[in-house]
Design a protein around this ligand. Sequence first.
Ligand SMILES: Nc1ncnc2c1ncn2[C@@H]1O[C@H](COP(=O)(O)OP(=O)(O)OP(=O)(O)O)[C@@H](O)[C@H]1O
Ligand SMILES: Cc1cn([C@H]2C[C@H](O)[C@@H](COP(=O)(O)O)O2)c(=O)[nH]c1=O
Length: 192
Amino acid sequence: MLVTLEGLDGSGKTTVWERLRADDEVEATFTREPTDSWYGEAVMRSIQNDGADSLAELFLYTADHAAHLADTVRPALEDDSLVVSDRYSDSRYAYQGATLADSDHFDDPLAYVKQVHEPWTRPPDLTVYLDLDPETAARRSGATNKFETAEYLADVRANYERLIDAEPDRFVRVDATQDPETVYEQVRDALA
Ligand SMILES: Nc1ncnc2c1ncn2[C@@H]1O[C@H](COP(=O)(O)OP(=O)(O)OP(=O)(O)O)[C@@H](O)[C@H]1O
Ligand SMILES: Cc1cn([C@H]2C[C@H](O)[C@@H](COP(=O)(O)O)O2)c(=O)[nH]c1=O
């Protein structure tokens, strides 16, 4: 089973993911995107580059996802492991769907990014969405990269809402304004 944690920067995904990893009762393969492979390093270079081309950036993230699937996710699933990923394909649909909104090439960038993935990706079985307003998300994340502004994160959040509307049964929404302990308990309940 493939479980993903999604949400805006600063919504608490990594905090939850690290607690799950330290939890003796949760046996799983823990992974994340961007990965720490050389594909992921290329992505990190792009994140730090304010002038990076948005379409090129989409394909860097997508290359990292392809390698992540082949090297980690599919082998773990074939071994019947529970896989828990801190960010996955929905991050691309929501974030690159927003960065490409200014492009003349696409009427519906989110639909385009999904279409690029559909023939080969492995969709999650369950996605926990840590729901947070963009202002708190930008403040918590410390605005360390170009994506971490309240204005941009508002567009990303609207894209996540579209994804949830399209597949309500896959998503479990957790209110990420709650204290970390309550958030963690609700994620554990969702996993159970
Ligand atoms: N429920 C919470 N309430 C208040 N602060 C929190 C909560 N969860 C996490 N934080 C704090 O918010 C900051 C961001 O948390 P974290 O790194 O887990 O978010 P993230 O979603 O993984 O962010 P990013 O996508 O930018 O990596 C950290 O300082 C963390 O301690
Ligand atoms: C996987 C993925 C990530 N992003 C963005 C979201 C964050 O601002 C950065 C790095 O992620 P982290 O969780 O803060 O380490 O990258 C993205 O735009 N598209 C993606 O597919």
